[in-house]
Ligand binder design. Structure first.
Ligand SMILES: Cc1cc2nc3c(=O)[nH]c(=O)nc-3n(C[C@H](O)[C@H](O)[C@H](O)COP(=O)(O)OP(=O)(O)OC[C@H]3O[C@@H](n4cnc5c(N)ncnc54)[C@H](O)[C@@H]3O)c2cc1C
Length: 385
Protein backbone atom coordinates (compact mmCIF):
# COMPACT_ATOMS: atom_id res chain seq x y z
CA UNK A 1 0.00 0.00 0.00
CA UNK A 2 1.38 3.45 -0.80
CA UNK A 3 1.15 6.55 1.37
CA UNK A 4 0.56 10.05 0.02
CA UNK A 5 2.52 13.22 0.82
CA UNK A 6 2.68 16.80 -0.40
CA UNK A 7 6.40 16.34 -0.99
CA UNK A 8 9.08 13.68 -0.63
CA UNK A 9 12.72 14.60 -0.10
CA UNK A 10 15.19 11.92 -1.17
CA UNK A 11 18.42 12.10 0.86
CA UNK A 12 18.48 13.68 4.33
CA UNK A 13 22.06 14.95 4.33
CA UNK A 14 23.30 18.53 4.20
CA UNK A 15 20.82 19.82 1.62
CA UNK A 16 17.94 17.37 2.10
CA UNK A 17 17.65 18.04 5.83
CA UNK A 18 17.45 21.79 5.13
CA UNK A 19 14.83 21.32 2.38
CA UNK A 20 12.77 19.07 4.63
CA UNK A 21 12.87 21.64 7.43
CA UNK A 22 11.79 24.48 5.14
CA UNK A 23 8.95 22.47 3.61
CA UNK A 24 7.68 21.23 6.99
CA UNK A 25 7.82 24.74 8.41
CA UNK A 26 5.58 25.92 5.57
CA UNK A 27 2.98 23.39 6.65
CA UNK A 28 3.48 20.75 3.96
CA UNK A 29 3.04 17.08 4.75
CA UNK A 30 6.56 15.86 3.94
CA UNK A 31 8.51 12.63 4.00
CA UNK A 32 12.32 12.46 4.05
CA UNK A 33 13.97 9.21 3.02
CA UNK A 34 17.58 8.52 3.98
CA UNK A 35 19.47 5.33 3.18
CA UNK A 36 21.77 5.59 6.25
CA UNK A 37 21.49 7.15 9.72
CA UNK A 38 21.12 10.91 10.26
CA UNK A 39 23.82 12.12 10.29
CA UNK A 40 26.32 9.57 8.93
CA UNK A 41 29.90 9.38 7.68
CA UNK A 42 29.42 7.85 4.23
CA UNK A 43 28.49 10.89 2.13
CA UNK A 44 29.73 14.48 1.82
CA UNK A 45 28.75 16.18 5.06
CA UNK A 46 30.83 14.59 7.84
CA UNK A 47 34.13 15.57 9.44
CA UNK A 48 33.10 17.89 12.32
CA UNK A 49 33.69 21.25 10.62
CA UNK A 50 32.98 23.14 7.38
CA UNK A 51 34.25 26.53 6.28
CA UNK A 52 31.76 29.35 5.80
CA UNK A 53 33.03 32.56 4.23
CA UNK A 54 31.45 35.63 2.68
CA UNK A 55 34.32 36.80 0.42
CA UNK A 56 33.29 34.59 -2.48
CA UNK A 57 35.44 34.88 -5.58
CA UNK A 58 33.62 32.09 -7.44
CA UNK A 59 30.84 34.38 -8.74
CA UNK A 60 29.13 37.60 -7.64
CA UNK A 61 25.76 35.91 -7.23
CA UNK A 62 26.97 33.78 -4.31
CA UNK A 63 27.23 36.69 -1.87
CA UNK A 64 23.46 37.42 -1.63
CA UNK A 65 22.85 33.68 -1.16
CA UNK A 66 25.51 33.63 1.55
CA UNK A 67 24.03 36.59 3.38
CA UNK A 68 20.71 34.76 3.50
CA UNK A 69 22.51 31.53 4.52
CA UNK A 70 24.11 33.31 7.49
CA UNK A 71 20.71 34.70 8.55
CA UNK A 72 19.04 31.30 8.28
CA UNK A 73 21.82 29.53 10.23
CA UNK A 74 21.27 32.09 12.99
CA UNK A 75 17.52 31.36 12.97
CA UNK A 76 18.14 27.61 13.16
CA UNK A 77 20.55 28.11 16.07
CA UNK A 78 17.82 29.93 18.00
CA UNK A 79 15.12 27.38 17.17
CA UNK A 80 17.39 24.42 17.93
CA UNK A 81 18.95 26.05 20.98
CA UNK A 82 22.54 25.26 20.02
CA UNK A 83 25.46 27.15 18.49
CA UNK A 84 26.18 25.88 14.97
CA UNK A 85 28.33 28.73 13.58
CA UNK A 86 31.64 29.77 15.14
CA UNK A 87 33.29 32.95 13.90
CA UNK A 88 37.04 32.80 13.28
CA UNK A 89 37.45 35.17 10.33
CA UNK A 90 38.54 33.76 6.98
CA UNK A 91 41.79 34.01 5.04
CA UNK A 92 41.84 33.72 1.23
CA UNK A 93 45.44 33.70 0.10
CA UNK A 94 47.73 33.06 -2.85
CA UNK A 95 49.75 34.90 -5.46
CA UNK A 96 48.72 38.53 -5.95
CA UNK A 97 47.50 37.82 -9.49
CA UNK A 98 45.83 34.50 -8.55
CA UNK A 99 42.10 33.79 -8.53
CA UNK A 100 41.76 33.26 -4.78
CA UNK A 101 43.43 36.43 -3.51
CA UNK A 102 42.37 38.72 -6.37
CA UNK A 103 38.85 37.34 -6.57
CA UNK A 104 38.24 37.51 -2.83
CA UNK A 105 39.50 41.07 -2.67
CA UNK A 106 37.23 42.02 -5.57
CA UNK A 107 34.30 40.30 -3.84
CA UNK A 108 34.96 42.34 -0.67
CA UNK A 109 35.12 45.56 -2.68
CA UNK A 110 32.04 44.80 -4.79
CA UNK A 111 29.95 43.83 -1.79
CA UNK A 112 31.37 46.32 0.71
CA UNK A 113 32.54 43.54 3.02
CA UNK A 114 34.82 44.38 5.93
CA UNK A 115 38.31 43.14 5.08
CA UNK A 116 42.03 43.66 5.47
CA UNK A 117 44.80 42.87 3.01
CA UNK A 118 47.89 41.29 4.56
CA UNK A 119 51.21 40.38 2.98
CA UNK A 120 52.93 37.17 3.99
CA UNK A 121 54.94 38.77 6.83
CA UNK A 122 51.89 40.58 8.22
CA UNK A 123 49.89 37.35 8.02
CA UNK A 124 52.45 35.44 10.12
CA UNK A 125 52.75 38.28 12.63
CA UNK A 126 49.01 38.42 13.11
CA UNK A 127 48.34 34.67 12.90
CA UNK A 128 51.63 32.89 13.70
CA UNK A 129 50.48 29.43 12.54
CA UNK A 130 50.80 30.57 8.89
CA UNK A 131 54.21 30.36 7.10
CA UNK A 132 53.36 31.16 3.51
CA UNK A 133 55.81 32.05 0.70
CA UNK A 134 57.06 35.66 0.73
CA UNK A 135 55.00 36.57 -2.34
CA UNK A 136 51.68 35.35 -0.84
CA UNK A 137 48.97 37.95 -0.36
CA UNK A 138 45.95 37.37 1.90
CA UNK A 139 42.47 38.81 2.36
CA UNK A 140 41.22 38.61 5.95
CA UNK A 141 37.41 38.80 6.17
CA UNK A 142 36.23 38.86 9.80
CA UNK A 143 32.79 37.26 9.23
CA UNK A 144 34.26 33.94 8.07
CA UNK A 145 34.14 30.95 10.35
CA UNK A 146 33.02 27.38 10.61
CA UNK A 147 29.86 25.35 10.87
CA UNK A 148 29.51 22.01 12.65
CA UNK A 149 27.92 19.96 9.85
CA UNK A 150 26.70 16.90 11.72
CA UNK A 151 24.95 19.15 14.26
CA UNK A 152 23.52 21.32 11.46
CA UNK A 153 21.98 18.24 9.83
CA UNK A 154 20.60 17.00 13.16
CA UNK A 155 19.19 20.48 13.81
CA UNK A 156 17.40 20.66 10.46
CA UNK A 157 16.10 17.08 10.75
CA UNK A 158 14.91 17.50 14.35
CA UNK A 159 13.23 20.82 13.57
CA UNK A 160 11.60 19.30 10.49
CA UNK A 161 10.14 16.56 12.66
CA UNK A 162 9.01 19.12 15.24
CA UNK A 163 7.12 20.79 12.37
CA UNK A 164 5.40 17.54 11.40
CA UNK A 165 7.79 15.91 8.91
CA UNK A 166 8.13 12.15 8.76
CA UNK A 167 11.67 10.80 8.31
CA UNK A 168 12.58 7.25 7.37
CA UNK A 169 16.22 6.29 8.02
CA UNK A 170 17.92 3.15 6.80
CA UNK A 171 15.62 3.02 3.76
CA UNK A 172 17.04 3.17 0.24
CA UNK A 173 15.23 4.70 -2.70
CA UNK A 174 15.37 2.28 -5.62
CA UNK A 175 13.63 4.45 -8.20
CA UNK A 176 10.92 7.00 -8.92
CA UNK A 177 8.53 7.76 -11.73
CA UNK A 178 5.84 10.25 -12.70
CA UNK A 179 2.42 8.60 -12.72
CA UNK A 180 -0.40 9.26 -15.18
CA UNK A 181 -1.97 11.62 -12.59
CA UNK A 182 1.27 13.71 -12.65
CA UNK A 183 2.22 12.77 -9.11
CA UNK A 184 5.57 11.18 -8.28
CA UNK A 185 5.85 7.62 -7.05
CA UNK A 186 8.96 6.69 -5.07
CA UNK A 187 9.93 3.04 -4.67
CA UNK A 188 12.21 2.02 -1.80
CA UNK A 189 13.52 -1.22 -0.35
CA UNK A 190 10.73 -0.94 2.23
CA UNK A 191 7.69 0.35 0.34
CA UNK A 192 6.24 2.83 -2.07
CA UNK A 193 5.09 6.43 -1.56
CA UNK A 194 3.27 8.99 -3.67
CA UNK A 195 3.69 12.77 -3.53
CA UNK A 196 2.71 15.88 -5.46
CA UNK A 197 6.35 17.01 -5.48
CA UNK A 198 9.72 15.31 -5.33
CA UNK A 199 12.93 16.96 -4.11
CA UNK A 200 16.09 15.00 -4.92
CA UNK A 201 19.08 15.80 -2.67
CA UNK A 202 21.14 12.65 -3.20
CA UNK A 203 24.67 14.10 -2.90
CA UNK A 204 27.22 11.78 -4.49
CA UNK A 205 24.37 9.43 -5.47
CA UNK A 206 22.63 12.14 -7.55
CA UNK A 207 23.24 10.53 -10.92
CA UNK A 208 22.00 7.17 -9.66
CA UNK A 209 18.71 8.86 -8.77
CA UNK A 210 18.60 11.03 -11.92
CA UNK A 211 20.59 9.28 -14.66
CA UNK A 212 20.59 12.37 -16.88
CA UNK A 213 22.99 13.98 -14.37
CA UNK A 214 25.73 11.57 -15.46
CA UNK A 215 28.66 13.76 -16.50
CA UNK A 216 27.15 16.75 -14.70
CA UNK A 217 27.47 15.55 -11.08
CA UNK A 218 30.60 13.44 -10.81
CA UNK A 219 31.58 11.99 -7.40
CA UNK A 220 35.22 12.33 -6.39
CA UNK A 221 37.11 10.80 -3.45
CA UNK A 222 38.50 13.30 -0.92
CA UNK A 223 40.60 12.85 2.21
CA UNK A 224 40.67 15.04 5.32
CA UNK A 225 43.54 14.96 7.80
CA UNK A 226 43.77 16.12 11.43
CA UNK A 227 47.25 16.83 12.81
CA UNK A 228 48.41 17.39 16.39
CA UNK A 229 49.88 20.92 16.38
CA UNK A 230 53.33 21.37 17.94
CA UNK A 231 52.23 24.82 19.19
CA UNK A 232 48.62 24.18 20.17
CA UNK A 233 47.97 27.81 21.18
CA UNK A 234 48.60 29.02 17.58
CA UNK A 235 45.88 26.82 16.11
CA UNK A 236 42.87 27.58 18.31
CA UNK A 237 39.64 29.17 17.13
CA UNK A 238 40.59 32.71 18.12
CA UNK A 239 44.10 32.66 16.59
CA UNK A 240 43.72 30.59 13.47
CA UNK A 241 41.10 31.79 10.95
CA UNK A 242 39.67 29.24 8.52
CA UNK A 243 41.61 29.52 5.26
CA UNK A 244 41.59 28.75 1.59
CA UNK A 245 44.85 29.08 -0.29
CA UNK A 246 46.58 28.68 -3.61
CA UNK A 247 50.16 27.41 -3.58
CA UNK A 248 52.31 25.68 -6.18
CA UNK A 249 51.03 22.26 -5.02
CA UNK A 250 47.38 23.23 -5.69
CA UNK A 251 44.50 24.72 -3.74
CA UNK A 252 44.17 23.70 -0.09
CA UNK A 253 41.92 24.66 2.83
CA UNK A 254 42.08 24.30 6.58
CA UNK A 255 40.46 24.94 9.92
CA UNK A 256 41.54 25.38 13.55
CA UNK A 257 41.55 22.71 16.24
CA UNK A 258 37.91 22.43 17.13
CA UNK A 259 35.23 20.03 18.26
CA UNK A 260 32.68 21.53 20.61
CA UNK A 261 31.16 18.14 21.38
CA UNK A 262 34.25 16.26 22.57
CA UNK A 263 38.00 15.92 22.44
CA UNK A 264 39.68 18.00 19.75
CA UNK A 265 40.96 15.94 16.85
CA UNK A 266 43.65 18.50 15.88
CA UNK A 267 44.22 21.00 13.06
CA UNK A 268 42.29 20.00 9.95
CA UNK A 269 43.24 20.45 6.31
CA UNK A 270 42.58 19.08 2.86
CA UNK A 271 43.41 19.64 -0.80
CA UNK A 272 40.61 20.55 -3.23
CA UNK A 273 40.16 17.52 -5.49
CA UNK A 274 42.72 15.61 -3.37
CA UNK A 275 44.33 13.06 -5.77
CA UNK A 276 41.70 13.65 -8.48
CA UNK A 277 40.05 10.25 -8.20
CA UNK A 278 36.54 10.03 -9.63
CA UNK A 279 34.57 7.39 -7.72
CA UNK A 280 31.33 5.53 -7.30
CA UNK A 281 29.76 6.32 -3.90
CA UNK A 282 28.82 2.67 -3.37
CA UNK A 283 32.31 1.31 -4.00
CA UNK A 284 34.65 4.22 -3.13
CA UNK A 285 37.77 3.17 -1.23
CA UNK A 286 37.06 4.44 2.29
CA UNK A 287 40.41 3.34 3.67
CA UNK A 288 43.25 5.89 3.73
CA UNK A 289 46.68 5.26 2.27
CA UNK A 290 50.22 6.46 2.89
CA UNK A 291 49.96 8.40 -0.40
CA UNK A 292 46.91 10.28 0.96
CA UNK A 293 48.75 11.11 4.16
CA UNK A 294 52.10 12.02 2.59
CA UNK A 295 50.63 14.63 0.25
CA UNK A 296 48.68 16.38 3.01
CA UNK A 297 51.43 16.12 5.61
CA UNK A 298 54.11 17.48 3.23
CA UNK A 299 51.89 20.48 2.56
CA UNK A 300 51.31 21.09 6.28
CA UNK A 301 55.00 20.80 7.11
CA UNK A 302 55.94 23.34 4.46
CA UNK A 303 53.27 26.00 5.13
CA UNK A 304 52.09 25.36 8.70
CA UNK A 305 55.22 23.82 10.30
CA UNK A 306 54.09 24.29 13.89
CA UNK A 307 50.80 22.62 13.00
CA UNK A 308 52.35 19.57 11.42
CA UNK A 309 52.75 17.16 14.32
CA UNK A 310 51.67 13.54 14.18
CA UNK A 311 48.56 12.45 12.29
CA UNK A 312 45.60 12.08 14.62
CA UNK A 313 42.94 11.04 12.14
CA UNK A 314 42.06 10.85 8.44
CA UNK A 315 38.69 10.30 6.80
CA UNK A 316 37.39 9.80 3.27
CA UNK A 317 34.58 12.06 2.05
CA UNK A 318 33.18 12.82 -1.43
CA UNK A 319 32.84 15.90 -3.59
CA UNK A 320 30.24 15.81 -6.39
CA UNK A 321 31.61 18.00 -9.17
CA UNK A 322 29.85 19.78 -12.01
CA UNK A 323 31.88 20.79 -15.08
CA UNK A 324 31.99 24.47 -13.98
CA UNK A 325 31.92 23.81 -10.20
CA UNK A 326 28.68 25.77 -9.74
CA UNK A 327 25.69 23.87 -8.36
CA UNK A 328 22.65 22.22 -9.91
CA UNK A 329 19.51 23.83 -8.47
CA UNK A 330 16.50 23.41 -10.72
CA UNK A 331 13.33 21.64 -11.63
CA UNK A 332 13.77 18.86 -14.18
CA UNK A 333 12.98 19.69 -17.80
CA UNK A 334 9.80 17.80 -18.66
CA UNK A 335 9.04 17.04 -15.00
CA UNK A 336 8.43 20.34 -13.17
CA UNK A 337 7.16 18.50 -10.08
CA UNK A 338 10.71 17.16 -9.55
CA UNK A 339 13.45 19.48 -8.30
CA UNK A 340 17.09 18.66 -7.76
CA UNK A 341 19.90 20.02 -5.59
CA UNK A 342 23.19 18.44 -6.62
CA UNK A 343 26.76 18.99 -7.77
CA UNK A 344 27.97 21.08 -4.84
CA UNK A 345 31.56 20.68 -6.07
CA UNK A 346 33.19 20.82 -2.64
CA UNK A 347 31.82 24.18 -1.52
CA UNK A 348 28.13 23.77 -0.81
CA UNK A 349 27.72 23.09 2.88
CA UNK A 350 27.97 26.70 4.02
CA UNK A 351 24.90 27.44 1.87
CA UNK A 352 22.80 24.43 2.94
CA UNK A 353 20.45 26.62 4.97
CA UNK A 354 19.54 28.84 2.00
CA UNK A 355 19.52 25.92 -0.42
CA UNK A 356 16.80 24.40 1.76
CA UNK A 357 14.81 27.57 1.19
CA UNK A 358 15.48 27.53 -2.57
CA UNK A 359 14.38 23.89 -2.81
CA UNK A 360 11.22 24.53 -0.83
CA UNK A 361 10.44 27.45 -3.19
CA UNK A 362 11.05 25.29 -6.28
CA UNK A 363 8.90 22.49 -4.90
CA UNK A 364 6.06 24.82 -3.96
CA UNK A 365 5.93 27.10 -6.98
CA UNK A 366 8.65 26.15 -9.46
CA UNK A 367 10.25 29.57 -8.82
CA UNK A 368 12.38 31.25 -6.19
CA UNK A 369 13.17 34.86 -5.31
CA UNK A 370 16.85 33.90 -5.00
CA UNK A 371 19.11 34.39 -8.00
CA UNK A 372 20.00 30.84 -9.04
CA UNK A 373 20.57 31.55 -12.75
CA UNK A 374 24.17 30.32 -12.37
CA UNK A 375 22.93 26.94 -11.14
CA UNK A 376 20.25 26.14 -13.72
CA UNK A 377 20.53 22.97 -15.78
CA UNK A 378 20.03 24.93 -19.00
CA UNK A 379 23.65 26.18 -18.82
CA UNK A 380 24.79 22.74 -19.90
CA UNK A 381 24.55 22.01 -23.60
CA UNK A 382 23.64 18.38 -23.31
CA UNK A 383 21.40 16.24 -25.40
CA UNK A 384 19.97 14.61 -22.27
CA UNK A 385 18.32 17.72 -20.82
C1 LIG B 1 36.29 16.73 2.48
C2 LIG B 1 35.22 17.75 2.21
C3 LIG B 1 35.39 19.05 2.68
C4 LIG B 1 34.43 20.02 2.41
N1 LIG B 1 34.59 21.27 2.93
C5 LIG B 1 33.62 22.20 2.75
C6 LIG B 1 33.70 23.45 3.42
O1 LIG B 1 34.65 23.70 4.18
N2 LIG B 1 32.70 24.34 3.21
C7 LIG B 1 31.64 24.07 2.41
O2 LIG B 1 30.78 24.93 2.26
N3 LIG B 1 31.52 22.88 1.79
C8 LIG B 1 32.48 21.94 1.95
N4 LIG B 1 32.38 20.71 1.37
C9 LIG B 1 31.24 20.44 0.50
C10 LIG B 1 29.99 20.13 1.26
O3 LIG B 1 30.27 19.42 2.44
C11 LIG B 1 29.03 19.39 0.37
O4 LIG B 1 28.84 20.18 -0.79
C12 LIG B 1 27.68 19.15 1.03
O5 LIG B 1 27.86 18.55 2.26
C13 LIG B 1 26.84 18.28 0.11
O6 LIG B 1 25.60 18.01 0.73
P1 LIG B 1 24.57 17.01 0.03
O7 LIG B 1 23.31 17.13 0.76
O8 LIG B 1 24.58 17.23 -1.44
O9 LIG B 1 25.23 15.57 0.25
P2 LIG B 1 25.09 14.60 1.51
O10 LIG B 1 25.15 15.39 2.77
O11 LIG B 1 26.04 13.49 1.33
O12 LIG B 1 23.60 14.09 1.42
C14 LIG B 1 23.13 13.23 0.40
C15 LIG B 1 22.26 12.21 1.11
O13 LIG B 1 21.48 11.48 0.18
C16 LIG B 1 21.39 10.16 0.67
N5 LIG B 1 21.00 9.27 -0.43
C17 LIG B 1 21.62 9.14 -1.61
N6 LIG B 1 21.00 8.21 -2.38
C18 LIG B 1 19.96 7.76 -1.65
C19 LIG B 1 18.95 6.77 -1.89
N7 LIG B 1 18.92 6.07 -3.04
N8 LIG B 1 18.03 6.55 -0.93
C20 LIG B 1 18.06 7.25 0.23
N9 LIG B 1 18.99 8.17 0.53
C21 LIG B 1 19.93 8.43 -0.40
C22 LIG B 1 22.79 9.90 1.17
O14 LIG B 1 22.88 8.78 2.01
C23 LIG B 1 23.12 11.20 1.85
O15 LIG B 1 22.79 11.21 3.21
C24 LIG B 1 33.30 19.70 1.64
C25 LIG B 1 33.12 18.39 1.18
C26 LIG B 1 34.06 17.42 1.47
C27 LIG B 1 33.86 16.02 0.98
Amino acid sequence: MSQDYDAIVIGVGGMGSAALYQLAKRGLNVLGIEQFEIPHTLGSSHGLTRIIRLAYYEDRSYVPLLRRAYALWAEVEVEFGEQLFFQTGSIDMGPEDGEVFGGSLQSCLDNELAHEVLNSRELSERFPGYRMPAETMAVYQPQGGLLVPERCISAHAELAKANGATIHCGERVLGWEIQADERARVRTDAGSYVAEKLVVCGGAWAKKLIPRLAGLAVPERQVLIWLAPRRADWFQLERFPVWNGEVEEGRFYGLPEFNPGGTTPGVKLGRYHHLEEACDPDTVDRSVTTADEAMLWDFAERYFPEGAGRTLDMVVCMFTNTPDEHFVLDTLPGAPQVSVAAGFSGHGFKMASVIGEVMADLAQSGETRHDIALHRLSRFQTQHL
